[in-house]
Design a protein around this ligand. Structure first.
Ligand SMILES: Cc1ncc(C[n+]2csc(CCOP(=O)(O)OP(=O)(O)O)c2C)c(N)n1
Ligand SMILES: CC(=O)[C@@H](O)[C@H](O)COP(=O)(O)O
Ligand SMILES: [Mg+2]
Length: 628
């Protein structure tokens, strides 16, 4: 039971509250978010940091007539709670429940779907231009974090602002953090702006006061503005945003609703200019545990509210940490190994590497395209770069992988984490496209390990390949099997066992399901051959020829979309070589895969063991007395 929150059904209800009540509402929202995220998991620290900011925005603007676009969108919980989704917030990130990111399908208040960073300014500018062309009148607001502001797309959009000559309001939510500590020159620059606080307060007040004096005020302001420029360059070297065409307001305290309302209202009246309001917030605000460790509580699984202790049952090592630990061992032996991340040191398992090899570790910020071409440069000059990146975020750098690495056949290793389903982050984050988008690129080798031990071997093997290599592995715990991996040979698959009724060819994490499927089928007297394909590219042609010669039903199984995936590749090979095969592809057939647990999503995609077994059972009929 919450005194104020229980009555909030729309932003209009928030507008009715006085400041004391608003303070109480903030506390209630904070507790509610902590309560739900502690059960469902989610993006905690960023949301706790924007409670006051979100309320201030919704009190000044009239959503959904005025449009608020959330960059990345991982900080949209407060927005969701006060725009009619207070109750459904309890279903956050669960299958069939509400998404952890803005979804236009969920509410008219969600203006633009996000999930990947740095898109909001471009989207806002496009919408603003369309608004102007249609002669409509409303505000368009983009809320972007200091980390996301450094992303290439955001910088491209900033560069376009003055040229477009339209009005958007950009809220720069500066908490000095990306997921980890924010990095880069822009972040240093923001630091300088933060320390220029007194000057900006003075400047904004001066402008406001002088503009209120009829006629003479405007002239006085112009004179003052000239002095201001001199003063500005004296106090803060280069107000970049103003040079780019924005009216810069701030920095202001992002936990002070009254001040924010005043400044945002002022920004709302600058109808002709783009305005940037620099808001300073604290990640995790109000929940000491998250305030102290904002990186750990950026995105969390279920946890105990009192202590922050994780409630996830992690029995074994994640693929990410298997990768990180092995890379350290390899780097100790080979000084040419360098590691690159685009703002994901912790998630990709590189944090320990970063501590151990400070000079050989590069966090380039949220800049996947740059990370790829930067890796190309390192490779060109004799190093062995390993870019660890989530499958979904590598999508950003398609052309850099093709143009800068594959066409030049440079030996860069892509350690593609979160390949396949990721679960609760949902459609924007599922890593189910990488086989398809990489497979068509020249020179690249693509591997997929079935286990932690195979990932280690593949990583070591990859260092000896003279060209680009991608190793894809999923989110979460890495299985270890009680049988030995056969040695890795370039372009060769591994036959795990032979059976006479059918053939299953699987990749990576799907080997676990395939083993289970084969065990279940055995109970129905169906004996399958199981192949761990290991190399998606180049595909093992000799093995495929041998398998085709058996004239048995064949099945491929992969954690990737149907189009352009492993199954496609095998079919292409057979078609090209005029081999008639009876082959079914098990892959993701829905191009867009919602949020939920991996097991729920596998069921949805009919890639769970039961669905697959049922199909094979209806295909393969055997005599009851038939033996292995
Ligand atoms: C293209 C892309 N790369 C990486 C990520 C992963 N990611 C999500 S939030 C985040 C940090 C964003 O920092 P900031 O914009 O400052 O927001 P904050 O969490 O500090 O509120 C990162 C790196 C992403 N969503 N999109
Ligand atoms: C919002 C975002 O893009 C990241 O925070 C992402 O949710 C991290 O995913 P993992 O939890 O798999 O590291
Ligand atoms: Mg930030």
């Amino acid at each position: 039971m919450y005194k104020h929150l229980d009555k909030i059904n729309s932003p209009e209800d928030v507008k009715k509250l006085n400041y004391k009540e608003l303070d109480e509402l903030c506390t209630e929202i904070r507790n509610y978010i902590i309560e739900v995220v502690s059960k469902n998991g989610g993006h905690l620290a960023s949301n706790l940091g924007v409670i006051e900011l979100t309320l201030a925005l919704h009190r000044v603007f009239d959503s959904p007539k005025d449009k608020i676009i959330w960059d990345v969108g991982h900080q949209c919980y407060v927005h969701k709670i006060i725009t009619g989704r207070r109750e459904s917030f309890k279903t956050l990130r669960s299958f069939g429940g509400i998404s952890g990111f803005p979804k236009t399908s969920e509410s008219p208040h969600d203006i633009f779907n996000t999930g990947h960073s740095s898109t909001s300014i471009s989207a806002a500018l496009g919408m603003a231009k369309a608004r102007d062309l249609k002669g409509e009148d409303y505000s368009i607001v983009a809320v972007i974090g200091d980390g996301s502001l450094g992303g290439g797309m955001a910088l491209e959009a900033l560069n376009n602002v003055s040229h477009l000559n339209t009005n958007i309001i950009l809220i720069l939510n500066d908490n000095e953090m990306s997921i980890s500590k924010n990095v880069g020159g822009l972040s240093t620059y923001l630091g300088r702006l933060r320390t220029g606080k007194i000057y900006f307060k003075f400047k904004n007040e001066l402008e406001f006061i002088l503009n209120k004096i009829p006629i003479i005020g405007k002239n006085l302001y112009k004179i003052a503005a000239k002095c201001r420029d001199w003063f500005k360059y004296l106090v803060v070297k280069g107000i970049m945003f103003e040079e780019l065409g924005f009216k810069y307001l701030g920095p202001i305290d992002g936990h002070d609703i009254k001040t924010m309302e005043k400044i945002i209202s002022r920004a709302k009246n600058y109808k002709k200019h783009p305005v940037l309001i620099h808001v300073i917030t604290k990640k995790g605000n109000g929940y000491k545990i998250a305030e102290d460790k904002p990186e750990k509580y950026h995105g969390v699984g279920p946890f105990l509210v009192e202590t922050g202790e994780s409630l996830s049952k992690n029995n074994g090592k994640s693929y990410s940490s298997v990768f990180g630990d092995k890379l350290i061992k390899l780097a100790q032996e080979d000084k040419r190994i360098v590691a690159i991340t685009a703002a994901m040191p912790e998630g990709t398992g590189l944090s320990k590497f970063a501590e151990k090899f400070k000079d050989r570790f590069f966090d380039v910020g949220i800049a996947e395209q740059h990370a790829v071409t930067f890796s190309a440069g390192l490779a060109k000059n004799g190093f062995k770069p390993i870019f660890a990146v989530y499958s979904t975020f590598l999508q950003r750098a398609y052309d850099q992988v093709l143009h800068d690495i594959c066409l030049q056949n440079l030996p860069v290793i892509f350690a593609i984490d979160r390949a396949g389903l990721v679960g609760q982050d949902g459609e924007t984050h599922q890593g189910v496209y990488d086989i398809s988008y990489l497979r068509s690129m020249p020179n690249i080798t693509i591997m997929s390990p079935k286990s932690g031990s195979e990932l280690e071997k593949m990583l070591e093997f990859a260092l000896h390949i003279e060209g680009p290599v991608a190793i894809r592995y999923p989110r979460g715990e890495a299985p270890y099997y009680d049988f030995q991996d056969s040695p890795i040979e370039y372009g060769k698959g591994e036959v795990l066992f032979n059976g006479k009724h059918g053939i299953m060819i699987a990749e990576g994490t799907m080997i676990g399901s395939a083993i289970e499927i084969c065990e279940i089928l055995k109970k129905a007297n169906i004996y399958m051959t199981l192949v761990n394909i290991r190399f998606i590219k180049p595909i093992d042609k000799n093995l495929l020829d041998e398998l085709a010669s058996k004239s048995l039903p064949m099945y491929t199984l992969e954690d990737n979309v149907y189009e352009g995936g492993l199954g496609s590749s095998i079919l292409e090979y057979y078609s090209k070589n005029n081999k008639k095969v009876d082959l079914k592809i098990f892959a993701h057939e829905n191009g867009i895969i919602t949020h939920g647990s991996i097991s729920e999503l596998l069921k949805l995609e009919r890639l769970d063991t039961e669905s697959i077994c049922n199909i094979i059972l209806s295909d393969i009929k055997v005599d009851k007395n038939d033996s292995k």
